[in-house]
Design a protein around this ligand. Structure first.
Ligand code: NAD
Ligand code: IPM
Ligand code: MN
Length: 357
């Protein structure tokens, strides 16, 4: 298997390095895996002027899977939109057609006190957020900023288009129903159908699709209520399916239930399980270069890569068990630290996972 590694910006290179060490340890044990590194994001802009250079696109298209750190940072925030690191990320997701973004929010028992919610609210939490990743207001046309006549006179307006085609909703719905079927058989579809036509269609398609999945209990929730229910009683959820923007916001919220966003991995899959694997968090410019970032979300994303793109469940479970073990041993990066545990940096956390493997 050929893996294209895109370390990216900020903490990206630091956390990706630890995930690579874990994969290399498995290679030493016989896993057939090769790595090729390429530029994406801010460092790609600096080197080539393009956040997603053609050379990177070629490697990504030829690879069996992509492992990504994170992109972005204040240095590039004032560039024209097309040159921003985040645009590179959106382009690679779109070009590869990885429309199904799986973001599992699992609370490891040892982290019950690291969550900002009471342990009894979050203990045993195991939610899968299925976020549509290549459509919605993120990609909808037309969009822009231009001068228009408004009730306040002539001035600039900014606008975007929230749009989903039926088939686009159906294919992410199928992924979510299939996932629910393999888990707790409960699927909650999150929308804003009381206001937005785009998500009214979303709900209609989900209801229609549910006829093919009589064994899965489908429910619906408006996104504002879902945001509230996630912190009120998160264990009511099994699988949640939602659009690109609502999924972005709800998955960051769900991450805090697990202790830290540094714990939340993700897999972005196309129709054939070719995947792009990245932590759900960003490049964390505030802690970049300090060697303190939590690499576990990226290491767990590597485990998801073995599960979905390599079809190697045993290797995935081996990594996940190693992560459980280091948490049980008391190793904590700053984001999940609490008194009585051992505070470690990024590399020491990687060392501990390797030892546990
Ligand atoms: P962020 O996720 O980078 O950081 C939010 C907070 O969480 C920060 O305090 C950060 O220190 C902390 N944090 C994040 N990951 C952590 C980890 N592994 N260990 C410990 N703490 C961690 O979000 P932001 O600050 O809103 O965005 C920063 C930059 O990252 C922006 O340029 C944004 O566009 C980009 N971003 C990229 C991705 C991606 O590449 N997939 C995702 C989100 C944000
Ligand atoms: C994420 C990020 C990205 C998104 C940004 C950086 C484009 O927040 O992966 O969650 O909004 O999808
Ligand atoms: Mn996000």
């Amino acid at each position: 298997m050929k893996v294209c590694v895109l370390a990216g910006d900020g903490i990206g290179p630091e956390i990706t390095a630890e995930a690579l060490r874990v994969l290399e340890a498995l290679r030493a044990d016989g896993l057939k895996i090769e790595f090729e590194h390429a530029l994406l994001g801010g460092r790609a802009v600096d080197a080539t002027g393009d956040p997603y250079p053609e050379a990177t696109s070629k490697l990504a298209r030829e690879a069996d899977a992509i492992l990504l750190g994170a992109v972005g940072g204040p240095k590039w925030d004032t560039l024209p939109r097309e040159q921003r690191p985040e645009r590179g990320l959106l382009r690679i997701r779109s070009e590869l057609g990885v429309f199904a973004n799986l973001r599992p929010a699992i609370l490891y028992p040892e982290l019950a006190n690291a969550s900002s919610l009471k342990p009894e609210i979050v203990s045993g939490l195991d939610i899968l957020i299925v976020r549509e990743l290549t459509g919605d207001i993120y990609f909808g046309q037309p969009r822009g900023i231009e001068v228009r006549d408004t009730q306040w006179g002539e001035q600039r307006v900014g606008w975007n288009t929230m749009i989903y085609a039926e088939e686009e909703i159906r294919r992410i719905g199928r992924v979510a129903f299939e996932a629910a079927r393999k888990r707790g058989k409960k699927l909650c579809s999150v929308d804003k159908m009381n206001v937005l036509e785009c998500t009214q269609l979303w709900r209609e398609v989900m209801i229609d699709l549910s006829k093919d999945y009589p064994d899965v209990e489908l429910s619906h929730m408006l996104v504002d209520n879902a945001a509230m229910q996630l912190v009120k009683a998160p264990k009511q959820f099994d699988v949640v399916v939602t659009g690109n923007m609502f999924g972005d916001i709800l998955s960051d919220e769900a991450s805090m239930l697990t202790g830290s966003i540094g714990m939340l991995p993700s897999a972005s899959l196309d129709a054939n399980n070719k995947g792009l694997y990245e932590p759900s968090h960003g490049s964390a410019p505030d802690i970049a270069g300090q060697g303190v970032a939590n690499p576990l979300a990226t290491i767990l994303s590597a485990a998801m890569m073995l599960r979905y793109s390599f079809g190697n469940e045993a290797a995935a479970v081996r990594i996940e068990n190693a992560v459980r073990k280091v948490l049980a041993q008391g190793y904590r990066t700053g984001d999940i630290f609490e008194p009585g545990t051992t505070r470690v940096g990024t590399k020491q956390m990687g060392d501990a996972v390797l030892a546990a493997l």
